[in-house]
Design a binder for this molecule. Structure first.
Ligand code: F6R
Length: 589
């Protein structure tokens, strides 16, 4: 959350930072700003709204060193004043994270006569660095960091010093090396096309970035060596390439995301299999869509591996008081690998001697440094705020994990069938006719998704996706719960969408469909079971999916409900890539 780009090199810093911020806009789009240094003097341009609003300023900001920020508002509403960078005296900063003791620090600094122009916690950082500054920016940033409680990825510049100083604690900071200059960013896609190598800072690291050098230090100003990796994000993978939105582009990339994830699993299978085989209890966790993937994973571990498995929201899990016996394995599912709740839940379980397996799309992310094993989700960069291809790839990874441990003869069949998941997704996207249902959603006062078993997990995800990109209220329900309350909501203005893909539970779900139809509700049935489709043909909007084993049914069902959410958003004229109030990578609590 909040994108950060810093550059020191031979080109126009404003232009390079602007391009980088555009690539990171998925991390927040409430306001944006750039500060550039020329001959020791810093000039700032910042505006409420999207990064594009800075375009006119980019033409006139001159200088080869600078920092920029695209904001997701936490402290203080989106406004010009609250936009980063923030300046105090000689110091200008951008910050991602939350300073928990900012109110206390602000009142101390105010009592000393410092004036604050914004409502943000970040402005306190600029004031503190300025207070400590005595001719050495690195020392002042280190002194400031000692005073901060909370999380920060921060970049600071000081008038008269031709360098950027970065500090990192519980928010990602990545250095980009080997291009026409040096970079410091919050997220790898900002480096795509700019430099070939990167280096990931650890918590407690500080870095000094100049046009000719990059150096990392600890809090005692001792040099620190950090590993250098190739930049994996490619420029062509983060541009729209003719698609109107990233959401639809990434949805069409789901087959290749799943296929790559399946091949990558072979490389880690041995280590993961060993951890899972010894597990007495498996806890799966994640937030939002990743949690919904964890719910599907729980079914896989229980039913295919015959292991005791549970799934819990990471934000709940991290504040539980878990009783962890030996043999507990935490499976942390996270696209970004930086979601604060998921990372903290993993830290908690690790501290209690559980083994941690990360299922993530970002190989250099925080979660990978805590985990005993990493299962790659090889979805490639996901720019749309709403997860699509990463969800399908997470399911592929979780099913591969379960099948690596499962011993029943059915597992061998499933392993073979799993290889056809990419083509099932492709077939779904090519053949599905979702337009009429999207129109129904767009006209509805509320949309309720229902299912049983794995379909219930899918119903939760379908509901989240639709809400997120179209702003239509509703929820996901177990179909079994309908008559325990939710049926009261059903009338001609509400739409109920039933997911029915599990043969064993189909007749039960069909009863719920009948009950909803008889109460006068609009109904749709999304099913891979031919007889179910026939049962409701003419009485409900039936969407037919390619037939598949129930463990594999999430691939087609996910593609269908993601496509439905996309079409509904477009029908309503919403921008599915940047839903209001949201940002990708929730690195704050
Ligand atoms: C919804 C969505 C979010 C994320 C959640 C966790 O479409 O994308 O719900 O799934 O914020 O993010 P990661 O997977 O990065 O931990």
């Amino acid at each position: 959350m909040c994108g950060i780009v810093g550059y020191a090199g031979g080109d126009s810093a404003a232009k390079i930072i602007y391009d980088g911020l555009l690539k990171l806009e998925y991390r927040g789009y409430d306001s944006a700003g750039i500060a550039v240094m020329e001959q020791g003097k810093i000039t700032v341009a910042k505006r409420v709204g999207r990064v594009q609003k800075l375009a006119p300023s980019v033409q006139i900001l001159e200088g080869n060193i600078g920092i920029g920020h695209t904001r997701w508002a936490t402290h203080g509403k989106p406004s010009d004043e609250n936009a980063h960078p923030h300046t105090s005296g000689k110091i200008t900063v951008v910050h991602n994270g939350i300073i928990e003791n900012y109110a206390e620090l602000k009142s101390e600094l105010s009592a000393e006569g410092r004036i604050f122009l914004s409502e943000t916690d970040s402005e306190v950082i600029a004031a503190l660095i300025d207070k400590f500054y005595d001719g050495d920016l690195l020392k002042a940033v280190i002194d400031c960091a000692r005073m901060l409680k909370g999380s920060y990825a921060l970049l600071a510049m000081c008038e008269g010093e031709e360098r950027i100083v970065a500090a990192k604690y519980r928010s990602p900071v990545i250095l980009g090396l080997g291009g026409n200059g040096n970079f410091v960013v919050s997220d790898e896609p900002a480096l795509a096309g700019n430099c070939p190598e990167l280096c990931v800072l650890e918590d407690g690291d500080f870095a000094v970035i100049t046009p000719l050098s990059v150096a990392v230090y600890d809090s005692m100003k001792n040099p620190v060596i950090r590993a250098v990796y190739p930049v994996a994000a490619k420029e062509q993978s983060i541009v729209l390439r003719g698609y109107p939105h990233y959401m639809i582009k990434e949805l069409w990339e789901s087959p290749s995301a799943v296929s790559r994830t399946l091949s990558e699993f072979a490389k880690v299978q041995y280590g993961v299999e060993k951890l899972l085989k010894d597990a007495k209890k498996i806890i799966l966790t994640g937030c939002g869509t990743a949690y919904h993937a964890a719910l599907v994973g729980k079914r896989y571990f229980c039913e295919i591996c015959k292991k005791s498995a549970e799934a819990e929201y990471a934000g709940e899990l991290r504040y539980d008081m878990p009783v962890i016996g030996c043999g507990t394995v935490l499976v942390a599912v996270t696209q970004s690998g930086e979601t604060a709740d998921t990372v903290e839940a993993a830290r908690l379980y690790k501290s209690l001697n559980a083994k941690v397996i990360a299922v993530t799309n970002c190989p250099h992310s925080a979660i990978t440094r805590i985990s005993d094993a990493v299962v790659p989700v090889a979805a490639g960069p996901e720019i749309c705020v709403a997860a699509t291809k990463s969800y399908s790839a997470q399911i592929a990874a979780l099913l591969s994990m379960a099948l690596a441990v499962g011993r029943s003869p059915e597992c061998e069949v499933l392993k073979r069938e799993l290889l056809s998941a990419p083509s099932t997704i492709l077939k779904t996207l090519e053949e599905i006719d979702i337009y009429a249902l999207a129109e129904m959603c767009a006209r509805s006062r509320g949309v309720y998704f229902m299912g049983r078993g794995i379909d219930y997990a899918l119903a939760l995800e379908a509901s989240l996706k639709l809400k997120e990109v179209s702003y239509i209220a509703g929820s996901g329900y177990p179909a079994s719960e309908l008559k325990h309350g939710a049926l009261a909501l059903i009338d001609g203005g509400t739409l109920s969408v039933f997911l029915i893909n599990d043969e064993a539970l189909a007749s039960k779900s069909a009863n719920a469909v009948e009950q909803t139809i008889s109460r006068g509700g609009m109904v749709s049935v999304i099913t891979s079971l031919r007889e179910v489709g026939e049962q409701f043909s003419g009485r409900a909007e039936v969407i037919t999916l390619p037939s598949s084993n129930r463990y594999l049914s999430p691939f087609a069902a996910a593609a269908a409900v993601q496509f439905l959410a996309y079409r509904t958003a477009v029908t309503l004229g919403r921008n599915p890539d940047k839903p209001r109030n949201l940002a990708k990578s929730v690195t704050v609590e």
